[in-house]
Structures are given as structure tokens and as C-alpha cells.
Design a protein around this ligand. Structure first.
Ligand SMILES: Cc1cc2nc3c(=O)[nH]c(=O)nc-3n(C[C@H](O)[C@H](O)[C@H](O)COP(=O)(O)OP(=O)(O)OC[C@H]3O[C@@H](n4cnc5c(N)ncnc54)[C@H](O)[C@@H]3O)c2cc1C
Length: 531
């Protein structure tokens, strides 16, 4: 019989992040992963800026930046007939080495595919004494009771029983944990039946005249039919046959012929793997029970258009991480765990819908896609310009997504104290930082290399912008409740203006919980800790 405060099921990026975050907070956990952890088909490859902000907090951002993805590979998005045919448009993006952070964040997004990111997370988790990773070990069943959960695992040494206080299902789209809880997924179970193939070609960029890029979207007379992404910026590529709602199984020869169609002529390449998968728009109707919770793909599934899947899951795990720490360390109140669902589920609903809209834009029949687009000559050139410009304009929303990555909010959460103000009503492609309670606490450089975000993570942080205000009541109330609270004096006009109040409490996950001039300190802290 194994005992642990938290049992995490699933060692994908989201489960690993939770195990690491808990250990970083001093909480023990056991993570079980049914495979040996090897990634044959990397799925995710883009870490949005919020995920990189978490990595910065955990001390692994530099490893992400230094991952083996080619830092000199341009990240352009391109729409074209084929590599040997017409290019219709291009949204240029710098190489990872040249890209600078946006002003709203101390970090930039990073290209770090799953076969590079999972090992970084795994090394980080293994370097911490409080986390225990068990590969080749599967969750078979579990029973929840008032005090915790009894689980049955099957590992290399046979069956193992585990007693834990909390169980988290980070076990992906087919989540056994979700099924055992009887939780349904709501939304659209099938958007497309898609086939992905990873192929290797050493001299890929010398076979045609197109400039380098990250993502290539292939458009034929029938519309958008495939994409190719530079999965490592070197010689490996992911080819995706977009498909539709009709189930089709493509054999290797068919996939090979379609890759040749994308190149526009025969060429030498090696297919490394082929994986058929279903693109979905689904969110779990509930995010767990009293003692069992869902995170990542177990809770929501979306089209990869926009790169929101894992990034949304990382935010789930960070939300769960500090709450589970509060409960196991004894300072969390009885309502804290119940706040997980109202905080995270609306964000998933927003993100899966945005991903589907991105897909719709990518594959939608377009009025400017006339036969002339594929014809040589001046009429063809004019048709291509009209079509290309319209498509470029339409696709911008998928490429500029800071509002999705940083602008998520916990409005209406039972563990946030609202102050009656409203966040800026940004149009979809704009993100204005705000410290309205329920928002990600804004970034300001306080000194060279040190962001406001570097203050947050371990416990509550009370930011004091007016040194004349007495905060001893907050310190005493926190101590009485055993809740970690650090008071930080900030002497910075920009931060003062952005945070808009003389006192601001930022939660351990970096979200603004309360702001004001003062009040009933004990009552404020009780709301924040779910008491
Ligand atoms: C083509 C493609 C591109 C994508 N690109 C991006 C991107 O750029 N950015 C992004 O954010 N997202 C992207 N996504 C989505 C992203 O890959 C997923 O959201 C992410 O992998 C989810 O991580 P997870 O840890 O929740 O689940 P998974 O990665 O599915 O991991 C779940 C793990 O649980 C294990 N498991 C399952 N059942 C059990 C059990 N009973 N016992 C023990 N272990 C179990 C599985 O073996 C698996 O390792 C992409 C997806 C696709 C398909």
C-alpha cells in the first residue's frame, strides 16, 4: 500500500507540470504514466507566453529557450498551392532567436515541441525530492470516499494499491478518470478526421524556391486540404491531411502521394510515423468531484489551430497546484477546491470555441478562391493577389492571440474579491494588462531583469504601493490562518498606475485576488483561501 497526498494520473505535459508545481510548493505526489514516456509523435510545439511565464517561475525557462528546436528557423505562416506552385500569402514572424517579448510579458512564446518539452519537465520533476514518477504504471480503478481516494495501479511489479487525499486525472482525451466519475464531454465530438505524418527530409529547403517558414497551409481548387509544419526547424516535418467529418483511414502510400502533392513534384523523404486522430471541440460538463479533479485534455479538447490545448492545460494545473498545496498544508478552506471548476471551465469554453473558429477560417470556402487563382498570367496574378490578401487578413486572428494566452479571467469566482470595476473591453486581437481582481497580475519591469511576475508564486503577495498604509492586520490575519503571505513594498510609478490601488493581493498562481485601501483583513483572506 502506497500513501501520497496527491496521485496524478498521466505523464503528458499537463500532468508533469502539476507534479513539478506541487513539488516546487513542497507537496509530495506520485505521478503514474502508463507508457515509458517516449514521444513518437510530438503533438504540441508552441508554448504560449503564459506557459513560459510559469516556466520562468519554476526556473526552467532557459532550458525551454535552449531546447534543440532550431533557433534560427523563421516562424512565418504561409499559404500556397504547393512548394513548387504559387504562394498566396505569408505572415512573417522572426526566428525564435530574434523574437522579442511583447511589452505585456517578461517572456516570449517559445517553440519547443513535446518531444523536447516533456523531457525538460521530466528532468525538473525528477530533480525535486517530493515528486515520484512511475512510468509503465497504469491506473486501473479508484474508489472515492469522504477522506480521500483508494486507487489500484498496475505496474511492472504487478498490482499496487494507493491511498491518497486527492486524485488528479491528467490522463488525456480518453480519460479513464473522467469516465469513472461518469462525467460527459459536451460540445462537438467530431470536427474533422485528420491524419498526421512525421517525415524526414534532409535537403527539404533546397528542393523548391519558397522561403523558410514554420507552417505551410496548402490550398487547392477544393480549398484547404493539408498543412506542413517545421516540427524541429531542422529536417523533421509534420504533414497533416486536414480531412472532414467523414472517417477515412489513409495508408502509407496515400500519405506519401499527398506529401508529394504538397511538394509539387516527387522527392526523397522518409515517413517516421502516421497517426490518425479526431479533431474535437469538447469540454467536460464537470471538472471533478470532492476529491478527484480533471486537468488538461482530460477536461477539454480543441482543434490545434491556435495552439491552445496544452497551454490551457498548464493554466489548469497551476490553478490546481496552489489549491492542492493549500489543502494538504492545512490553510485552504472547505470551499477552495470547489473554485477550480468555476475558474477554469469558462476559460476552456472560450478557448475551444476560438480554436474551432480558427479552424473554420482556415478551411472555410472563400469567395475569392476562383479557378483563375491557379492559372498563369496577369489575370491569375491579380486573382492571387485578391485571394491572398483576403486570406492573410482573415488568418491574422489565429496568429495574434495574446488575449487568449494572457487575457483569461476568473470573473465570478467564489475565491476572488471583486471591487466593482470592469476590465478593459478589448477587441479580440488586443490585450491590455489589467489588475481588476480575477485577472493575471500585470507585468512591469521593476529593475533590469526583474519583473513584478518574479514576486509571485510561493504564497499570497500583498503589494503595497503606499508605504504609509499599515498592513500589520493582513500579516496577523494570515499568520493566524497559517496562510503564507509576504508584504512587498513597490516604489514604481508604472506599476502603481497599472495596479490602480494602494494595496493589491496576488494569489500564489499569479492572479489578482483583491485590491483596495484596506478592509476586514481576516474576511478578505478567508474569501481568497476558500474558507
Ligand atoms: C497536431 C497537434 C498539435 C498541437 N499543438 C499544440 C501546441 O502547439 N500548443 C498547445 O498548447 N497544444 C497543442 N496541441 C494540444 C496538446 O498536444 C494537448 O493539449 C496536450 O498534449 C495535452 O496534454 P495532457 O498532458 O493533458 O494530455 P496527454 O498529452 O494526452 O497526456 C496524457 C497521458 O496520460 C497517460 N494515461 C492515459 N491513461 C492513463 C492511465 N489509466 N494510467 C496512466 N497513464 C495514463 C497517457 O499515456 C498520456 O501520456 C496539439 C495537438 C495536436 C494533435
Amino acid at each position: 500500500m502506497l500513501r501520497t497526498p496527491v496521485l496524478i494520473v498521466g505523464g503528458g505535459p499537463v500532468g508533469l507540470a502539476l507534479a513539478g508545481d506541487l513539488a516546487w510548493r513542497g507537496v509530495e505526489s506520485v505521478l503514474v504514466e502508463k507508457t515509458d514516456g517516449a514521444i513518437t509523435q510530438p503533438k504540441m510545439d508552441l508554448l504560449g507566453p503564459r506557459t513560459v511565464e510559469f516556466c520562468r517561475r519554476w526556473g526552467i525557462a532557459q532550458q525551454v529557450t535552449d531546447c534543440p528546436y532550431n533557433p534560427d528557423h523563421p516562424q512565418d505562416n504561409v499559404w500556397l498551392e504547393s512548394f513548387s506552385g504559387y504562394e498566396f500569402g505569408r505572415e512573417p514572424f522572426p526566428t525564435p532567436r530574434a523574437e522579442e517579448p511583447q511589452p505585456q510579458s517578461p517572456v516570449k512564446r517559445e517553440r519547443c515541441p513535446q518531444d523536447m518539452f516533456d523531457p525538460i519537465l521530466k528532468r525538473w520533476v525528477e530533480s525535486q525530492p517530493r515528486a515520484c514518477l512511475r512510468y509503465n504504471t497504469e491506473l486501473v480503478s479508484f474508489e472515492e470516499h469522504a477522506e480521500g481516494v483508494d486507487a489500484l495501479l498496475r505496474g511492472p511489479e504487478g498490482p499496487v494499491k494507493v491511498a491518497c487525499r486527492y486524485l488528479v486525472g491528467a490522463d488525456g482525451g480518453a480519460s479513464l478518470v473522467r469516465q469513472r466519475l461518469g462525467i460527459e464531454m459536451q460540445g462537438k465530438p467530431v470536427l474533422t478526421y485528420t491524419t498526421n505524418a512525421i517525415f524526414r527530409c534532409k535537403d527539404f529547403w533546397s528542393l523548391h524556391d519558397k522561403r523558410k517558414g514554420y507552417r505551410f497551409i496548402f490550398i487547392g481548387p477544393e480549398g484547404t486540404w493539408a498543412t506542413i509544419v517545421a516540427i524541429d526547424g531542422h529536417d523533421r516535418f509534420r504533414f497533416s491531411v486536414v480531412g472532414d467529418e467523414t472517417r477515412r483511414t489513409l495508408g502509407e502510400e496515400e500519405v506519401r502521394a499527398l506529401i508529394v502533392r504538397a511538394m509539387g513534384r516527387p522527392f526523397e523523404f522518409e515517413i517516421l510515423s502516421i497517426v490518425p486522430w479526431v479533431r474535437r471541440e469538447l469540454v467536460a460538463e464537470r471538472y471533478g468531484s470532492q476529491r478527484v479533479f480533471l486537468t488538461g485534455d482530460a477536461a477539454h479538447l480543441n482543434s490545434p489551430t491556435g495552439a491552445f490545448g496544452m497551454n490551457t492545460g498548464m493554466q489548469d494545473s497551476v490553478d490546481l497546484g496552489w489549491k492542492l498545496a493549500a489543502m494538504t498544508q492545512g490553510w485552504g478552506g472547505p470551499r477552495l477546491m470547489a473554485s477550480y471548476e468555476p475558474e477554469r471551465r469558462p476559460v476552456a469554453l472560450r478557448n475551444v470555441e476560438e480554436a474551432s473558429e480558427n479552424l473554420r477560417r482556415m478551411i472555410s470556402p472563400r469567395k475569392h478562391l476562383t479557378p483563375a487563382v491557379f492559372q498563369p498570367g496577369p489575370d491569375g496574378d491579380a486573382a492571387r493577389r485578391t485571394f491572398g490578401d483576403a486570406y492573410t487578413e482573415m488568418m491574422k486572428r489565429e496568429w495574434f492571440t495574446l488575449h487568449i494566452h494572457l487575457g483569461y479571467r476568473y470573473d465570478g469566482s467564489p475565491v476572488i474579491v471583486p471591487d466593482g470595476t470592469r476590465p478593459p473591453q478589448d477587441p479580440p486581437m488586443v490585450y491590455t494588462q489589467t489588475a481588476v481582481p480575477g485577472s493575471r497580475a500585470p507585468h512591469v519591469w521593476l529593475r533590469e531583469g526583474f519583473s513584478t511576475l518574479d514576486l509571485f508564486g510561493r504564497g499570497f503577495v500583498l503589494m503595497r504601493f503606499d508605504p504609509a498604509l499599515d498592513v500589520s492586520g493582513f500579516a496577523a490575519a494570515a499568520e493566524k490562518r497559517g496562510a503564507p503571505l509576504e508584504v512587498v513594498d513597490i516604489d514604481d510609478a508604472q506599476a502603481r498606475a497599472l495596479y490602480e490601488a494602494p494595496l493589491v493581493i496576488v494569489r500564489p498562481d499569479g492572479m489578482v485576488g483583491w485590491r483596495g485601501r484596506g478592509g476586514d483583513e481576516g474576511a478578505i483572506l478567508d474569501v481568497l483561501r476558500g474558507a
